[in-house]
Design a protein around this ligand. Structure first.
Ligand SMILES: [Zn+2]
Length: 138
């Protein structure tokens, strides 16, 4: 399957369509099977195909599966952090500054901080990374 950019000659609306090939797209346009998503006109022009969006038939993963895999990857990272870092909860920015300025023994910490706090820490030259966290499901 390929994604092709289509343009309506009637209302200039640009939209995308999935086709098995550019040839089949041309045929469908000729037969009037492709309609504008806005005005339903069948006067459609085919644009260039977009690179890197070709998906082999049958191998496309459903969104649900991708999310499931993503979640399990994030959980792996979460477990790594739990094992290797000290949890400081909402004292995160305080602890991060303490480590940075007081030069107390370097240890990795994790906890919660607001976007503003993270920005402030970054501005002060303190390295902070935001990591997504997945709740354990029972
Ligand atoms: Zn249109």
């Amino acid at each position: 399957m390929i994604v092709l950019n289509l343009k309506c000659e009637n209302c200039q609306n640009e939209f995308e369509g999935w086709f098995s090939s550019s040839k089949s797209c041309d045929e469908q346009i000729k037969k009037g099977f492709v309609e504008c998503t806005r005005c339903a006109s069948s006067k459609i022009q085919r644009g260039l195909s977009r690179p890197n969006v070709s998906v082999k038939k049958g191998s496309a993963k459903s969104g649900e599966k991708v999310i499931k895999e993503l979640k399990s990857k994030i959980k792996e990272i979460n477990r790594f952090i739990e094992k290797n870092c000290d949890y400081v909860g909402d004292q995160f920015s305080y602890e991060a500054r303490r480590i940075h300025y007081d030069k107390i023994k370097k240890k990795a910490i994790y906890g919660t901080a607001s976007k503003d706090e993270i920005k402030e820490l970054n501005d002060e030259g303190i390295e902070v990374a935001s990591i997504p966290w997945v709740k354990e499901e029972n």
